[in-house]
Design a protein around this ligand. Structure first.
Ligand SMILES: Cc1cc2nc3c(=O)[nH]c(=O)nc-3n(C[C@H](O)[C@H](O)[C@H](O)COP(=O)(O)O)c2cc1C
Ligand code: SF4
Length: 396
């Protein structure tokens, strides 16, 4: 079933394996994809990936990431660069979806040179500078930013847009009672908390014909955060608004390594790339690193490590009528077959496995390999804080 030709809604795909959104960090100074990024995506497409979801693309300056190299889609001048990307990927045989995002309070005002904004005044563990609480005016401006981004994506020829509704970014914050403490019509009840995303979908539908997907954290570890029952309630509202597909993820950046679970994160790269430790003076790092290496194995990691969003994807699939994509720790062809043949999800997506093996789908299809070689060490997720992503072990 995995390698059967099918459709995601109206989009034809040659198999059910999707490349999940991955911040590659390969953009020009204006946030447009570089030729190197285009070559990377063409490589994935030529190696039989069913569909590519781009890394997150910022819809507004105040919602940009503090990581360097975020794609941007906040201005019409970027459309020609995306047209070039889309036509190259289509020519190589795969559909391509633009993930559109606003980081909310999960960024740093100092790094982005703009006052960051959020639904409520909640301090982020890793980005503790205060966000401006959004007025109605700012909320409607952000809704417009997402809609304009979708219009640009349609003009550039993308097959769909995926709203980044997970991992602690602004849409996740609006939907969760943890990030959203508002007392107005955007906060309180589940319906009110879903309203921003509902309006974005309805307005994109009014102005374009582009399919709209969402990536959602079905659960997170925050008090009053996302829980599967509420997630399903929200998704039903979004489905009624016209949502075309959902990718089921989990967690937030504050959850540590819940979204991208790891067996044991290598401490040397943590000290090189992750703030605030990356900025410690070298002599201090020399003292702390051996201690960190000793403590590291004792730190409890989220479990299970594999297929960790599949149970929630299955619950969502049972409750909705749109295609469901499961992401997170999916590495084995036998698991993919099981997930799809037993109807737990319609599609599977992967991120880290494609960083070290861009030709993974071809290898699985040809039978030369039955599982990904990625070790889930998360070095690739640390590197992006300063550089384009890469695998610790190169291409394997
Ligand atoms: C280097 C890196 C970059 C990522 N960038 C994004 C992103 O731009 N948007 C997104 O929704 N998720 C992003 N993620 C999360 C992945 O898409 C995915 O949800 C997570 O890694 C779990 O899937 P996996 O086990 O197949 O890696 C990123 C993860 C990594 C490691
Ligand atoms: S650095 Fe390589 S092996 Fe480690 S998680 Fe990333 S892709 Fe996998």
């Amino acid at each position: 079933m995995v390698f059967e030709e099918t459709k995601i809604g109206t989009i034809p795909v040659k198999n059910r394996i999707i490349r999940s959104a991955t911040h590659d960090g390969m953009v020009g100074p204006d946030g447009a994809p570089t030729d190197a990024l285009i070559r990377k995506y063409v490589g994935l497409a030529k190696n039989e990936v069913g569909c590519i979801i781009t890394g997150y693309a910022g819809v507004a300056e105040e919602g940009f990431s503090n990581y360097p190299g975020m794609l941007k889609i906040h201005d019409d001048s970027l459309i020609p660069a995306y047209e070039k990307l889309v036509s190259a990927v289509h020519e190589a045989g795969a559909p391509i979806v633009l993930q559109i995002a606003h980081c909310g309070r999960q960024t740093s005002s100092k790094k982005i040179g703009q006052q960051k904004v959020a639904p409520s005044n909640v301090i982020h563990t890793f980005y503790p500078d205060r966000a401006e609480v959004m007025s109605d005016l700012l909320i409607y401006a952000m809704i417009d930013d997402f809609v304009e981004a979708a219009i640009r994506a349609e003009k550039a020829g993308f097959d769909a847009v995926e709203l980044h509704g997970g991992h602690g970014y602004i849409l996740h914050d609006f939907m969760s009672a943890y990030g959203n403490r508002r007392k107005d019509s955007f906060g309180g009840s589940v319906k009110n908390r879903a309203k921003v995303v509902e309006l974005i979908i309805k307005r994109i539908k009014e102005k374009t014909n582009i399919p709209v997907w969402i990536k959602i954290s079905a659960e997170d570890n925050r008090r009053n955060g996302m829980r599967i029952d509420t997630t399903i309630e929200i998704l039903k509202i979004l489905e009624a608004a016209g949502l075309d597909a959902v990718e089921v993820s989990c967690g937030t950046v504050e959850d540590g390594m819940n979204t991208m679970r790891s067996k044991l994160m290598p401490m040397a790269p943590v000290f090189k790339y992750r703030e605030p430790v990356a900025s410690f003076p070298e002599p201090l790092k020399k003292v702390f690193l051996p201690a960190a290496n000793l403590i590291n194995p004792l730190i409890k990691q989220p479990t299970p490590l594999e297929n960790f969003n599949v149970p929630n994807a299955a619950k969502i699939k049972a409750a909705l009528n749109i295609p469901v994509i499961a992401v997170g720790g999916i590495h084995k062809l036998s698991d993919m077959e099981d997930i799809i043949s037993t109807g737990k999800a319609d599609f599977v997506s992967m991120c880290r496995p494609f960083i070290c093996e861009p030709n993974l789908v071809k290898k699985l299809h040809e039978g030369t390999q039955t599982e990904a070689k990625c070790l889930m060490c998360n070095y690739c997720g640390l590197v992006i804080e300063k550089d384009p992503t890469k695998c610790l072990y190169g291409r394997v």
